[in-house]
Ligand binder design. Structure first.
Ligand SMILES: Nc1ncnc2c1ncn2[C@@H]1O[C@H](COP(=O)(O)OP(=O)(O)O)[C@@H](O)[C@H]1O
Ligand SMILES: [Mg+2]
Length: 263
């Protein structure tokens, strides 16, 4: 549960349903805070693993001792580990698709410690792309060896093919830029959240049903306030529940220690 809408009804992101999540909003609008809430809940479940790329390092900070460290990259001092994590996640994607086809299922719905639901966080995704591009230039990589196209290709595959095999992408960006998230990727990210932004085009792209009035109101929204769309849900305003960073670290670490003691 991320917060409440204006009628007081809970705003819920259902990680079991096979959809990814797009979060957009300008700096300090509350994007990371919203992901802290989501992951603090996800960390309650041993059958959920948090993976992906966190250029800030803040989101993955409490996951240092969690299972699957090879599926997480933190900080952006070196872009190489991020590229490798995405390669490994695509290997896992292919492994799972093979397994799906061999098991006569059309999607996986049962998860376990051995076969976890993978919440794949892509924090500040445009920064990962631009840093990869800068790194390709600095190292004068040949076309076939470049990081940026490899990152884009891997992320596109995870978004397009991952939902039915237990990937739940959480993609964060300041703007819902068409050059960063294309239309077919967007259609797989059915949970859409926009926090404060003056980028009306970006809001319309993520929320086709948002009214002009909503867009104006969103440009002035307080941190943590935004609009949300879910699969088959109409666009509505909500206020995210606040959780301090210290509380986030504490809750996630406690859960990781508890799951380790079960083993
Ligand atoms: N739901 C919320 N309620 C109250 N304040 C919030 C909320 N979400 C964020 N904030 C405030 O906004 C600041 C920036 O949030 P942050 O998640 O870091 O934004 P972003 O990731 O978009 O840059 C936080 O440090 C906090 O003070
Ligand atoms: Mg942030």
């Amino acid at each position: 549960m991320l917060g409440q809408d204006e009628s007081g009804a809970p705003v819920i992101i259902d990680l079991v349903s096979p959809w990814g999540i797009a979060v957009a909003g300008q700096s300090r609008s509350g994007k990371s805070q919203l992901v802290y809430r989501l992951l603090a809940t996800a960390a309650n479940y041993d059958e959920v693993a948090v993976v992906g790329c966190d250029p800030t390092g803040l989101i993955f900070q409490p996951f240092a001792d969690a299972l699957h460290p090879d599926w997480r990259a933190s900080r952006l001092s070196d872009v190489g580990p991020h590229v490798e994590v995405l390669d490994r996640l695509v290997e896992e994607l292919d492994r799972r698709i093979d397994y799906l086809l061999a098991s006569d299922l059309d999607q996986f719905e049962d998860f376990s410690v051995e076969f976890p639901l993978l919440v794949a966080v892509l924090e500040e995704y445009p920064a990962l792309i631009s840093t990869s591009e800068a790194d390709d230039l600095a190292d004068a990589r040949r076309p076939g060896e470049r990081y940026a196209p490899r990152v884009r290709r891997n992320v596109r595959r995870i978004i397009q093919e991952g939902a039915k095999v237990g990937f739940r992408v959480v993609l964060l960006s300041q703007r819902a830029d068409a050059a960063i998230i294309g239309g077919s990727e967007r259609s797989n990210l059915a949970f859409r959240i926009s926090l404060r932004t003056v980028d009306a085009d970006g809001v319309r792209m993520l929320h086709p049903l948002a009214t002009a009035q909503m867009i104006i109101r969103l440009s002035l929204a307080a941190p943590g306030v935004g609009i949300v769309d879910g699969p088959g849900e109409v666009t509505r305003f909500f206020r995210g529940t606040y959780m301090t960073y210290a509380q986030y670290l504490h809750d996630v670490r406690k859960n990781i220690r508890m799951s380790a003691s079960h083993e």
